[in-house]
Design a protein around this ligand. Structure first.
Ligand SMILES: *Cc1c(COP(=O)(O)O)cnc(C)c1O
Length: 482
């Protein structure tokens, strides 16, 4: 039975049973992450730990971290999460930070802090610039966009790590901050942080290390004996680090940590307004109200999983990663890109096959895999639940490659669709999009699930202004009212 839709507020509230049943049936359409079918969006530490984190979250369901004097317990939990993170990442006694709602907010805070820092320490800078590897997360571009900074994009080398010579060449008197990732999301490699650190010290600029995905993994990966280059506060030039507890920290969503080498630097992050009739208002991060549950959930994850638990989860993720990488490299026509440092990586088609079509075949088997571009590749973020499905994954992948090989008409239909959309470049984006939608609605369900055409089109349109408009239009249709 298709559940009824709910477009207006019901006159009387629904019965609990009925309401939960409705949610369960809606959820049944989502990816089966419990079966290890999702990559990158869900991090699951197993039922026991997950239930414990949920219980802690529920205990603080109503509490608000906005005013720490009213909820001193939340203040303490946050301080302890920050301390644990600072210790894991070799902070000094002076290192401090804040909890935020996620990696994006942590990065926004680091760049806002850099801007304020520059007004005092680089008073001659009028148009501040931040040096960004092209592999850096889009949150940095978002921060530049929000805070009026200029993001200067630097290419990566053949190994997908930022090209340090290109970084040096991009430095101007307006440079206020360098950025490196540990590791970067697209290919899972760590940028040459130690060289960036030396450069930052030499130039007297800030250096942010984005350890959003690596912060709660790399310390354990290193302890397991895998080679991990220095990337944290051990390096003198590193002035801030972002690390997401809601990724490999396995906490509830809405939990990240932004750390600063010194408290003096963090002060630039705070916002204060003293002239409001509602009282003197101080807020440490972007958000006003701060959910107590996310703070308690992060605290519970760190203390409830502990070092041994994280080592075990990391060991499983790393062994599964190696198994998957070997299996993928063994499939003729596929290859892993670069030498990933952790448990996320991407792979390409080395021959004539369209990697996006291979991704589409995997989607039809229920796998949710990220599509990437520049170059076209598929991306996996591996965590503990994938151990049980690695063989199935490789098996499905090999079959998918065979299918794409056989059904070359897919290629033709993609080419036709790309061609059609390319021809529409000159007309309104709305029309282009409608056309695309009509084409896919006429196709079978299986074809509807295939995104190769969409990505082929994106590839074809990259570099024109049209793609931007097309994506905005797509988001408009995806978000909001039915
Ligand atoms: C996930 C991620 C981010 C952004 O974090 P959100 O929690 O999604 O806002 C930033 N950088 C890297 C490397 C990431 O993997």
């Amino acid at each position: 039975m298709t559940p009824a839709s709910h477009q207006t507020l019901p006159k009387t509230g629904m019965e609990t049973d009925q309401l939960l049943y409705h949610l369960q049936s809606l959820k049944a359409e989502d990816v089966r992450w419990q079966d290890g079918k999702a990559f990158s969006l869900v991090y699951y530490p197993g039922k026991e730990k997950s239930d414990m984190i949920k219980a802690a979250y529920n205990l603080y369901f109503s509490e608000n971290g906005l005013n720490p004097t009213v909820f001193p317990s939340l203040r303490q939990l946050e301080a302890e999460v920050v301390s644990i993170t600072a210790n894991l990442l070799n902070g000094t006694a002076e290192t401090t930070g804040s909890m935020t709602s996620g990696g994006t907010e942590s990065i926004l805070m680091a760049l806002k802090t850099a801007r304020e820092w520059a007004t005092i320490h680089k008073p001659t800078v009028r148009h501040p610039e931040v040096i960004l590897p092209i592999s850096a997360h889009p949150a940095f571009q978002k921060a530049c966009h929000y805070f009026g900074l200029k993001g200067v994009i630097i290419p990566v080398g053949k190994n997908f790590r930022v090209d340090i010579t290109a970084v040096k060449n991009a430095i101007t008197p307006n440079t206020i901050m360098l950025v490196g990732s540990a590791p970067s999301y697209p290919q899972g490699v760590i940028d040459p942080i130690s060289e960036l650190s030396n450069l930052a010290l030499e130039l007297d600029v800030l250096l942010h290390v984005d350890a959003c995905v690596g912060g709660f993994m790399l310390p354990f990966v290193r302890k397991l004996g895998y080679p991990v280059p220095n990337f944290d506060f051990t390096l003198e030039g590193v002035t801030s680090i972002s690390a997401d507890v809601h990724k490999y920290g396995y906490a509830a969503k809405g939990a990240s940590v932004i750390l600063y080498r010194t408290a003096a630097l963090r002060k630039h992050q705070f916002f204060v307004y003293t002239d409001w009739p509602g009282g003197i208002y101080g807020s440490p991060t972007m958000t006003g109200t701060r959910p107590g549950g996310a703070i308690a959930g992060a605290w519970a994850a760190l203390n409830g999983i502990g070092e041994d638990g994280y080592l075990e989860l990391a060991k499983s993720a790393m062994e599964t990663t190696q198994k998957l990488q070997k299996g993928i490299n063994d499939i003729s026509g596929l290859a892993v890109l670069g030498k990933p440092d952790m448990s996320l990586f991407s792979f390409v088609s080395t021959g004539k096959l369209d990697i996006y079509q291979i991704g589409d075949e995997m989607s039809l088997e229920g796998w949710s895999i990220d599509r990437q571009q520049l170059p076209p590749c598929l991306h996996l973020t591996v965590s503990a639940p994938h151990a049980a499905v690695a063989d199935l994954f490789l098996n499905n992948l090999e079959l998918s490659v065979q299918k794409v090989n056989r059904f070359s008409w897919h290629k033709i239909s993609t080419k036709v669709q790309v061609g059609a959309v390319k021809g529409l470049q000159k007309v309104l984006p709305e029309k282009a999009f409608n056309k695309l939608q009509t084409m896919s609605s006429k196709a079978s369900t299986a074809t509807q699930k295939r995104t190769a055409a969409m990505y082929g089109m994106m590839g074809a349109l990259t570099g024109t202004g049209t793609l931007h408009d097309l994506v905005i239009d797509f988001m408009d249709k995806l978000n909001g009212r039915k």
